[in-house]
Write a protein that binds this ligand. Structure first.
Ligand SMILES: *Cc1c(COP(=O)(O)O)cnc(C)c1O
Length: 410
């Protein structure tokens, strides 16, 4: 089965209690039982069943199983947001005294979270270069996880997953990949050696900009029982399941960041069209980037432009696609604002992955809290405009941006 067929006819498109075409929304807080013995068995994990929606719910499970199937994982856990997913995943493997190696230029919220973790005694070593050779010397006894974004936003650095995974695995460390901007349509990081994949489902998986959510997918191959991860020592007996068991029965369950059942449903129906949307979005982004790059006073940043430093990964890792995000430098902040304000179709909003084209000036919004160094590492300058390309007719988008740029440059 190919991607779109798997989406519509895969395992998770069937098997609902009353043969519904889609997973029904179980909009309940709790599930009732006929006898106390039955509920006891559910709590003891001796029989399958749901007890309380923070711990499990069939609508949420349907979405978990679908993304797990698309990513080729062993199991997945939905969270209330992408940030909740990242925080839960990191706290499941790190404790005070441990270290994380992360790429610089991460999503702004993730940088903020890593700063918060410092106060809990979990230190992050940032690096610009996530290649196998440059990761190796950074790994110490304290390192417990390597964390990276597959396609960073908006700098568009591409992680060479196989190389980073090799460096990590040689030292008994897992590789966690935030694949929000890539999606399983473009690449499946687990198949390239990543151990855990994280998404903000708020973006391309939902696709319609109608609910916040996150998900963690466990590849199920990492060896957690070497003794290196003291945060997991009580879970070593679960072998390759140790991470997922700790997450589900401890960190995730107790921090309480579950997804709402209605959001799981919206995410589920959103992913039905993931393949179609991504194909159109990537095609639009490619055409818009080429058109922008030819305009006077504009310097466009998109992976399929031959001048892009990560251009070769489009064919080597990303199956020929460049994703839905592009950015360009307008020459000055004033000019960037002028261009953004005069766009007819592109909406000013701090989101990505919508059906509609969205624009923002990241330096004055998303990176307001970050240091100058962090901002530049993220490829964000005073004159940078970020575009999350939508599914509009591309000629309308090209005309809209061309007019706006000409009006601002003259
Ligand atoms: C949006 C985003 C997040 C955070 O997700 P939320 O759902 O907003 O909490 C994390 N990583 C990346 C790459 C994102 O784009």
């Amino acid at each position: 089965m190919q991607f779109n067929t798997q989406l519509l006819h895969g395992k998770t498109s069937k098997g609902y209690a009353l043969k519904e075409m889609l997973p029904p929304i179980s909009q309940v807080s709790a599930f009732r039982y006929e006898s106390m013995e039955e509920l006891e068995k559910v709590f003891e994990h001796k029989s399958m069943g749901y007890a309380y929606t923070r711990i499990g719910n069939p609508t949420i499970a349907a979405f978990e199983q679908r993304i797990n199937e698309l990513e080729g994982g062993m199991g997945a856990i939905c969270c209330s947001s992408g940030m909740s997913a990242i925080a839960s995943a990191l706290l499941a493997v790190c404790e005070s005294g441990d270290e994380i190696i992360a790429c610089s230029g991460l999503y702004g919220g993730t940088i903020g979270l890593l700063h918060d973790l410092e106060k809990l005694g979990i230190h992050t070593v940032f690096t610009d270069d996530m290649t196998e050779a440059s990761l190796k010397p950074l790994i110490t006894e304290k390192t417990k996880v390597i964390y990276a974004e597959l396609i960073s936003n908006p700098s568009l650095k591409v992680l060479e997953v196989a190389g980073a995974a090799k460096a990590a695995h040689e030292s008994g460390i897992p590789l966690f990949v935030d694949s929000t901007t890539a999606t399983p349509f473009i690449v499946r990081p687990l198949s390239l050696g990543a151990d855990i994949v994280i998404h903000s489902t708020s973006k391309y998986l939902n696709g319609g900009g109608n609910s916040i959510g996150g998900i963690i997918v466990d590849g199920g191959k990492f060896k957690w029982d070497t003794g290196k991860h003291t945060a997991l020592k009580e879970y070593k007996k679960y072998g390759p399941m140790a991470f997922s068991v700790r997450l589900r029965t401890d960190i995730w369950e107790n921090f309480g960041g579950c997804m709402a059942p209605a959001n799981a449903f919206l995410n589920f129906i959103g992913t039905d069209t993931l393949g179609l949307r991504m194909e159109r979005i990537c095609d639009n982004a490619d055409k818009l980037a080429h058109a922008l790059d030819g305009l006077k006073g504009i310097n466009a940043n998109y992976l399929t432009l031959p001048s892009h430093p990560y251009h070769r990964y489009v064919e080597e890792e990303l199956n020929g696609f460049g994703g839905g995000i592009l950015s360009f430098r307008a020459g000055s902040k004033e000019r960037a604002f002028k261009i953004i304000n005069s766009l007819k179709y592109a909406m000013i909003a701090s989101n990505i992955g919508d059906l509609r084209t969205l624009v923002i000036h990241p330096a004055s919004t998303l990176y307001l809290q970050a240091s100058g160094q962090e901002t530049e590492a993220a490829g964000v300058y005073e004159d940078t405009v970020r575009v999350s390309v939508g599914i509009e007719d591309v000629n309308d988008l090209i005309e809209d941006f061309t007019e706006a740029v000409k009006g601002a440059v003259e």
